[in-house]
Design a protein around this ligand. Structure first.
Ligand code: UD1
Length: 429
């Protein structure tokens, strides 16, 4: 298994091109199941999760084309095309769903277009018990019949297909909103989704669905109204930049110091995180292509953070923020409100010398002057990158094990950081 070795202490200087958003790409790929025509996606990141979703779609019978890098200096990412004219199998098997929870996003599109789907239940995962009850209740509100047996969810649309309905989520769920938004596009009549999640990746999905002929209003708000169509058609859609990757590199500059321009990205969907990072002492200036981030010799200052659904501070940045705050001047209270058990990076950061105490859903981080390199273990995607950030600032050598977690969501991370002066390399095997 690959490892990543980092020798800490180098400041970062240069340019990092941000990839397309993984969490936008996955539902967009699933949306290809809604039409017989070809859906072409631009700016697709090269990641393990994308390969998993592609394997699942191929299993359903989707024909997939890869056109390589698009223009614009090779930074527009890959272009992939998906043609789901013939669905040969409506089952999402255990092996693929177990690898990646987002596999459950094929459920809504398959039931809406084909009338049935059988999807393995995702079960618990490293960051807590993540049920999919909201996805299933939403489909039932559109008339689907759901049966749970042998570890699988079998969903069947009524005769004549799904019917529009009113879905009221008790709390915002990104995946459930996406699944139901896709399903509603082919349901008969109007669907209203209340208390919908508002993440930029959902807005991106809505824009793509509209380009495919869907009629959606309320995009970007917590109430989505969808007037179902008989069919959708093909489209070409550029995927938005990855806001989590963007902010991770902002924090890399925060912990290592230096000045880096992040290109092919946007500041507008990172407002709350960038505000916190500015408050802690990072200089962030918007540029034509994205933003410039710098920190001089001064230490950052501890700030408190609470994760919340968009537009609040993203849970997917909590681990990285904790690494950053572990070397800040003063204390920082970090509260996780979205997922239970999302502090698995704490013991690993502590092994590098961080001073962190967890009380329930909050972690008190008392900043230390310096961290020390250690052998550390990745436990999930964002936890693993937080250890890379810590390694950039630590004295000595850090070796990160179980790098496959990182490869699920960060494209060429070690190359991007090394190009800015970090001493980081992948150790193969
Ligand atoms: C998505 C993101 C993930 C991010 C998360 C929250 C993708 C592929 N993944 O995950 O990176 O951390 O949003 O921003 O886009 N819940 C239920 N029942 C449900 C669905 C969710 O109880 O049916 C709970 C979850 O356990 C969690 C909370 O709701 O506590 C939010 O989860 P959700 O927004 O659905 O996250 P995902 O879509 O799984």
């Amino acid at each position: 298994m690959d490892r990543i070795r980092i020798r800490g202490g180098n400041r970062l200087n240069g340019t990092i091109a941000i990839s397309g958003a993984k969490n936008a790409a996955l539902p967009l790929m699933a949306a290809s199941l809604l039409t017989e025509d070809t859906l072409k996606l631009e700016n697709v990141p090269h990641l393990a999760d994308i390969s998993t979703m592609a394997a699942l779609l191929a299993h359903h019978g989707v024909k997939i084309g890869l056109e390589g890098d698009a223009p614009n200096g090779g930074h527009r990412g890959r272009v992939m095309s998906f043609n789901a004219q013939t669905i040969t199998d409506t089952e999402a098997p255990y092996d693929l769903v177990r690898k990646m929870r987002a596999s459950v996003l094929v459920l809504g599109p398959l039931v809406a277009r084909i009338g049935e789907a059988r999807v393995s239940m995702p079960g618990g995962c490293a960051i807590g018990n993540r049920p999919i009850d909201l996805h299933l209740k939403g489909l039932e509100a559109l008339g689907a019949e759901i049966e749970l047996a042998e570890g699988y969810i079998a969903a069947r649309a009524p005769k004549g297909g799904l019917k529009g309905g009113h879905i009221v989520f008790p709390f915002a769920s990104v995946g459930a909103t996406e699944n139901l938004l896709m399903a509603a596009c082919l349901a008969d009549g109007e669907t209203v989704i209340s208390n919908a999640a508002r993440e930029p990746e959902i807005t991106d999905l809505a824009h793509c669905l509209m380009a495919m002929g869907a009629d959606i209003s309320g995009v970007g708000t917590d109430t989505l109204t969808v007037r179902g169509q008989k069919t959708l058609h093909g489209a070409t859609h550029p995927i938005i930049p990855d806001r989590i990757e963007t902010a991770t590199y902002v924090m890399a500059v925060g912990i290592a110091g230096g000045e880096v321009e992040l290109t092919n990205t946007r500041v507008d969907f990172l407002k709350s995180a960038l505000e916190k990072l500015t408050e802690s002492g990072l200089k962030i200036t918007p540029t034509v292509k994205g933003m410039k981030v710098s920190r001089g010799q001064h230490r950052l200052k501890g700030v408190d953070v609470m994760t919340e659904p968009f537009p609040g501070f993203p849970t997917d940045l909590q681990a990285q923020m904790m690494a950053l705050m572990s070397t800040a001047n003063g204390a920082s209270m970090i509260t996780e409100t979205i997922f239970e058990n999302r502090f698995m990076h704490v013991p690993e950061l502590s092994r590098m010398g961080a001073n962190i105490t967890v009380h329930g859903a909050s972690a008190m981080v008392r900043g230390v002057k310096s961290l020390t390199g250690a052998q550390v273990m990745a436990t999930d995607l964002r936890a693993s990158v937080s250890l890379v950030l810590a390694g950039l600032a630590a004295e000595g050598e850090t070796v990160l094990h179980r790098v496959y977690h990182l490869d699920r969501g960060y494209e060429r991370l070690e190359e991007k950081l090394a190009a800015c002066g970090a001493d980081i390399e992948r150790l193969k095997g």
